[in-house]
Design a protein around this ligand. Structure first.
Ligand code: NDP
Length: 388
């Protein structure tokens, strides 16, 4: 394999760290071009020096001078703010890891898409918010979009380019999160500290809370709809608490193909970097005899109504997915700050969607700029209803 250049958007996050861990183990295969973060100046500067990045960008414009000071004498180009992120993502590379959290990743990820090379997509929110607009840029620029989410990586592997008429269903597995067995009454008293303890995966804070509410699975339904050749009715969810089967494709002839592995993001990240080849990772091999049994159950949309809400957003389309995504980002932040209860997260999203649609209608955005306006207006409305 010839050495490939790689930019990591969101280098200081959980996806970013796992990606850089693989790069450190495969220096002959990958060389870092640019790294970005939002406000973590020290870690970004350390990583940029360690991986000999050509550019480092900090999202918060006010931190430009701090990053410049931290990288002085290194020869590494420094930039900041939204335009800096887009500039980093626009530098020609073989692969971009899109690992920014939330809709903030939309513009930089699209800048990477416009290069027409490979984008490894972890940042599901940008696909949820901009769906078909995002995918039409992917086809316009002939970009290879490789899924990083473990479920979508599993589906990508199990589908292996099968035509739509062969597919019966796609089944996304979900661990059920830390509150899988909690009653509605117990869910009333859930704290941020409890919700931040995922039973199987180690991830960033926002996706960990999304996993606890199961909004994450809802976002993944929408992500799957855009990534794979299926209709919404062909997308199912099954709870699988061990997180060993990462998802399944069921075919019209009755075959079901699944992808299995230890719950470690380095496996799907490695595949998104090396596809169609495979590279070695430090991920522990499965010992099925030791695991002994795998279990499954149906999701409970009464205790976890975020799944129902996201499914509704997927079916309704228009601006609902973008509004729901932005409302959820604010709701998660507010829950972590103690301003909303766990149970209020989906109901809050529902209320915000209604309020925004009363103001803006429910039409589909026709441009990415419109998506950004919807995202911005929703955040303002959501923030103001939290204060009240
Ligand atoms: P983290 O919170 O761990 O990291 C997020 C990264 O994005 C950090 O580098 C952070 O910088 C940067 N960032 C955050 N906000 C902004 C912003 N406004 N502008 C620019 N950069 C920003 O998140 P994860 O790594 O967990 O998740 C990243 C994405 O990958 C999410 O979309 C998530 O849903 C998806 N994903 C994650 C998985 C996981 O295992 N973690 C699994 C599957 C998907 P800083 O450190 O400075 O704040």
């Amino acid at each position: 394999m010839v050495q490939q250049s790689l930019t990591v958007l969101g280098a200081t996050g959980s996806i970013g760290s796992s990606t850089l861990d693989l790069v450190a183990r495969n220096k002959d295969k990958y060389a870092i071009e640019a790294l970005t973060a939002n406000k973590n100046v020290d870690e970004l500067a350390d990583l940029a020096r360690r991986f000999k990045a050509k550019m480092a960008v900090i999202g918060q414009a006010s931190l430009y001078l701090d990053l410049k000071a931290a990288l002085s004498g290194s020869g590494i180009k420094v930039a900041a703010g939204d335009e800096g992120l887009v500039e980093a993502a626009s530098r020609p590379v073989d692969i971009t890891m899109a690992g920014i959290m939330g809709a903030a990743g939309l513009r930089p990820t699209l800048a990477a898409v416009k290069q027409g090379h490979r984008v490894a997509l972890a940042n599901k929110e940008c696909l949820v918010a901009a769906g078909s607009l995002f995918m039409s840029e992917v086809s316009k620029y002939n970009t290879q979009l490789l899924p990083v989410d473990s479920e979508h990586s599993a589906i990508f592997q199990a589908l292996d380019d099968s035509p739509k008429q062969n597919i019966e269903k796609i089944i996304l597995t979900a661990s059920g999160g830390p509150f899988r067995t909690f009653s509605l009454e117990q869910l009333n008293h859930v704290t941020p500290a409890q919700a931040l303890k995922h039973p199987n995966w180690s991830m960033g804070r926002k996706i960990t809370i999304d996993s606890a509410t199961m909004m994450n699975k809802g976002l993944e339904l929408i992500e799957a709809l855009y990534l794979f050749p299926v209709d919404p009715e062909q997308l199912d969810i099954v709870i699988h608490p061990q997180s060993i089967i990462h998802s399944l494709v069921s075919y019209v002839d009755g075959s079901v193909i699944a992808q299995l592995g230890a719950p470690d993001m380095r496996t799907p990240i490695a595949y998104s970097l090396s596809w169609p080849e495979r590279i070695k990772t430090p991920v522990e091999q499965l010992d099925l005899a030791k695991i002994a049994s795998l279990s499954f159950e149906a999701p409970d949309e009464t205790r976890f109504p975020a799944i129902r809400l996201a499914r509704q957003a997927m079916l309704q389309g228009g601006n609902m997915p973008a509004i729901m995504n932005a409302a959820n980002e604010i709701a998660v932040e507010s829950f972590l700050e103690g301003k909303l209860s766990f149970q209020e997260i989906p109901t809050f999203c529902e209320r915000v969607i209604e309020a925004v649609q009363v103001q803006m209608g429910d039409k589909s955005p026709v441009s990415v700029e419109e998506v950004l306006v919807i995202d911005h207006s929703t955040r303002i409305m959501a923030q103001s209803s939290i204060i009240m």
